[in-house]
Design a binder for this molecule. Structure first.
Ligand code: SF4
Length: 212
């Protein structure tokens, strides 16, 4: 795909949604870190239901740590893999208190040193909480980048690197939100809705559908 097409794709995505947001509910970097950690293999809606009960009671490393693994589990039992997630979050809280004065660190290295925090979670926190131009490639972004030709790659890391290189600078900060939302609601995994896709004329996918 050439640069002019990429520019037009992001121009349209921006035009339709000038201020895209994550669908996870949060109000502080720490709440976002917890929500993203809980969201692995779970839906944002499911995580939001659990954190709507948890955060009014505990939303700092100190208060969540005080709940302990069992106490935290009670709040997140509706989420898949809740037991191991509870263990990870409690240990992460301990490390945040011990190493970072209870604050969420703003570097990839320090974030990835926390249990349950991989490259993707670190990228989401750095981008969404701290407005750093990182690219958290999830299953939606991976699919949309490959189908459209915006940033084709065989691995998540390859797609991430290409997106960082190819997404026009002005759109880099918000690109991951637009691509996730596009993948979630339009360019869906089983059947893309090409008939009602805003970038259909620019997309290079060879098996477009006529569905809307
Ligand atoms: S035209 Fe189809 S394949 Fe291409 S981005 Fe749109 S929905 Fe996805």
């Amino acid at each position: 795909m050439n640069a002019a097409k990429r520019l037009e794709i992001f121009r349209r995505l921006h035009e339709d949604n000038p201020d895209p947001k994550t669908e996870l509910a949060y109000s502080t970097p720490f709440e976002l870190l917890v929500a993203v950690t809980l969201s692995a293999q779970s839906t944002d809606v499911g995580v939001n239901k659990a954190t709507a009960r948890l955060f009014p009671v505990a939303n700092t490393p100190q208060t969540i740590y005080a709940l302990g693994v069992e106490g935290l589990s009670d709040y997140i039992k509706t989420i898949g893999l809740y037991n191991s997630k509870a263990k990870n979050v409690i240990e992460a809280c301990r490390l945040l208190i011990e190493r970072h004065g209870g604050e969420v660190p703003q570097t990839r290295e320090a974030l990835e040193a926390l249990p349950g925090v991989g490259r993707k979670t670190a990228n989401v926190v750095l981008n969404t909480a701290f407005r750093q131009p990182t690219m958290a490639v999830d299953t939606h972004i991976f699919r949309v980048s490959n189908r459209t030709g915006i940033a084709p790659g065989k691995t998540v890391l390859e797609v991430e690197k290409k997106l960082l290189k190819f997404v026009p600078k002005d759109y880099l900060l918000d690109a991951h939100h637009w691509l996730i939302l596009h993948g979630r609601y339009v360019c869906q995994a089983r059947k893309p809705r090409c008939g009602s896709c805003r970038i259909e004329d620019l997309c290079e996918y060879k098996h477009k559908t006529s569905d809307d």
